[in-house]
Write a protein that binds this ligand. Structure first.
Ligand SMILES: Nc1ncnc2c1ncn2[C@@H]1O[C@H](COP(=O)(O)OP(=O)(O)OP(=O)(O)O)[C@@H](O)[C@H]1O
Length: 245
């Protein structure tokens, strides 16, 4: 893998019992690129990023993140990869300060607690236990925790879903401020993808059906905007459930 490449996924397959979730996904992400992963509900986005993060084992295929095998090189990967998932799995009785301190302690050169609190606008909640935070605040904290160790690669699964407009803008500008990081961003918000992403991959039934810049995708199908391109290619709207046979 050359130095320019941050993520390589080759021919990934993942099945859950009778459901084929990921059906031959191959993807290459250059260092510093911000790539959006789009698709209807159930298209395989979360499974794909979980395979890349090493949280699930592919049935077939190969993943490398900065040259590391996510399952074999777990400890090394944890130092360079930050992951924000839909379901936070943190200790609910700990306060915001304690969780940030805990995550900072995992890394040799973490972002400061003040910077992290400011980034996600939780300074006023720093002494609040996780379980007492609102859903949106918990989500913002999980973004701060994903960024605590200055990861070189960041995986964000639904960065702003469920956040109010102010918090959405705030989280998007936090991601815009990341300068050298490689970002894989699962999103249903087409405005967010157009704003943040250099490139988008569109999944449909576990396969990549488009891989282009947002503008390239729009012009290829002759759409007015990314949302219309999404509808044209997948036959569903972003966030809508995919038709199953
Ligand atoms: N743990 C699991 N066990 C069984 N089936 C699963 C599991 N996780 C996902 N699936 C199925 O695999 C398919 C892909 O799911 P996945 O969560 O990857 O899609 P997604 O594109 O992230 O969807 P969403 O937009 O709703 O988050 C779906 O049909 C889903 O029902």
């Amino acid at each position: 893998m050359d130095h320019d490449t941050a993520i390589v996924a080759e021919h990934l397959h993942k099945r859950y019992r009778s459901t084929v979730a990921v059906d031959g996904v191959s993807l290459r992400v250059r260092a510093g690129e911000v790539v959006g992963v789009l698709g209807a509900n159930g298209a395989g986005k979360t499974t794909t990023v979980e395979l890349i993060a090493g949280l699930r084992r592919p049935d077939a295929g190969r993943v490398r993140v900065l040259g590391l095998d996510p399952r074999r090189d777990r400890a090394a990967l944890r130092q360079v990869l930050g992951v924000q998932l839909q379901q936070a799995t943190v200790h609910h009785a700990l306060t915001v300060d304690e969780l940030i301190g805990l995550f900072r302690s995992f890394y040799p050169n973490p972002r400061s607690a003040g910077e992290l609190l400011d980034l996600v606008d939780l300074t006023a909640q720093r002494r609040t236990r996780f379980e007492k935070l609102s859903g949106g605040q918990q989500q913002r904290l999980s973004i701060a925790l994903a960024l605590a160790g200055r990861p070189r690669v960041v995986i964000l699964d639904e960065l702003t879903t469920g956040l109010d407009p102010h918090a959405r803008r705030r989280m998007q500008s936090a991601i815009e401020q990341l300068e050298h990081e490689t970002v894989l961003l699962v999103s249903h918000a087409m405005d967010e993808v157009e704003r943040l992403c250099d490139r988008v991959v569109l999944l449909d039934a576990g396969r990549i059906v488009a891989d282009d810049t947002p503008a390239g995708l729009v012009s290829t199908v002759g759409a007015a905007d990314l949302e219309e391109a999404f509808v044209t290619i997948t036959g569903t709207r972003p966030g809508e459930l995919e038709e199953t046979a």
